[in-house]
Design a protein around this ligand. Structure first.
Ligand code: GLU
Length: 301
């Protein structure tokens, strides 16, 4: 289902698991720039489903860094950790459609099963992130055995049964992408290349993929602007939206800001953290210009 658009709604959705870097600044500024140029709204969402890695101090720093860049967003900010009930409801819907199954495998179990298959000489297929596709071990568990293991407290994730999902939603899957001038063009999606993706993680009652489609729908996001590193994930999001009866926003996947060696910036390396640049005396206006935006935010149209 394609969203019908009146006033476009954009969002920036960082995870508070480190300090924001130049790449985040670019993504946030680009969302804000789209909203200003096309009379849209700019929302902020805190993606803090990972309760072990996300920290209140990083969340506070996100607000400070974005305000320093000259950005303003609508309140209240949606914090994913306050909405696990919404993700549970979406998960129940998938469960009701028979497209998820519990998975008890550890990373080691999966690596061993894949190595076993690769021993035959054929390379095992990988998902777009480079991880081996799940070999389907737990998909073949008899349901009563799985239920007993759950009742006994065996730690498990929930995976999408891609084969079943594609029977219910055979496609062809597609979405509309837009460029910097908001020119639109259709784009094919191939969700099958994700295999039986994890939909509910072992350590938190949702996953990035599930929460992002639920939240984009609940927040009325019409235009998703995010990095090219998430372009392939959109294929899976389109399938989940279809299975859950949610609208599909339009998408723009921007180039990533790279460090001088050509590597993607990472929070873990503190590479070009905004706070480091600021402490070095770089002004917000200089940074905005360096990233290709006006020194001061433009008035909204
Ligand atoms: N939370 C994700 C990140 O920090 C972005 C998710 C999205 O834009 O869909 O990389």
């Amino acid at each position: 289902m394609q969203a019908s658009v009146t006033k476009p709604v954009f969002r920036f959705a960082p995870s508070p698991n480190g300090r924001l870097h130049l790449g985040h600044a670019y993504s946030a500024l680009l969302n804000d720039d789209f909203a200003r140029r096309f009379g849209g709204r700019f929302l902020l969402r805190i993606e803090d489903i990972d309760l072990t890695r996300c920290r209140p101090a990083f969340e506070a720093a996100i607000y400070a860094d974005l305000a320093w860049l000259g950005l303003a967003w609508e309140e209240p900010v949606r914090r994913q950790s306050e909405h696990f009930a919404d993700y549970r409801a979406a998960f129940s819907r998938l469960q009701g459609r028979g497209v998820v199954y519990p998975c008890f495998c550890s990373r080691k179990d999966i690596a061993e099963a894949v190595a076993c298959r690769e021993a035959g000489g054929e390379p095992w297929p990988r998902d777009p992130d480079g991880a081996p596709l799940y070999p389907g071990t737990c998909r073949r568990l008899p349901p009563d055995e799985a239920a007993l293991r759950i009742a006994a407290g065996d730690i498990h994730a929930w995976r999408l049964d891609m084969g079943q999902a594609l029977l219910l939603s055979p496609g062809p899957h597609s979405y509309v992408r837009f460029d910097r001038s908001m020119r639109e063009e259709p784009c094919r999606a191939q969700p099958g290349r994700w295999g039986d993706a994890v939909i509910v993680r072992k350590d938190t009652p949702t996953s990035y993929h599930l929460s992002v489609v639920v939240d984009d729908a609940l927040q009325g996001v019409t235009h998703v602007v995010r990095g090219k590193d998430l372009e392939a994930a959109t294929d899976l999001h389109v399938l989940l939206q279809d299975l859950l009866g949610l609208p599909t926003p339009l998408y723009h996947h921007h180039d990533l800001i790279r460090d001088p060696e050509g590597d993607k910036l990472a929070k873990s390396r503190r590479s070009e953290a905004l706070v480091v640049l600021r402490d070095r005396g770089v002004s917000a206006a200089e940074l905005r210009v360096r990233l290709g935006f006006p020194a001061q935010p433009m008035p909204s149209t």
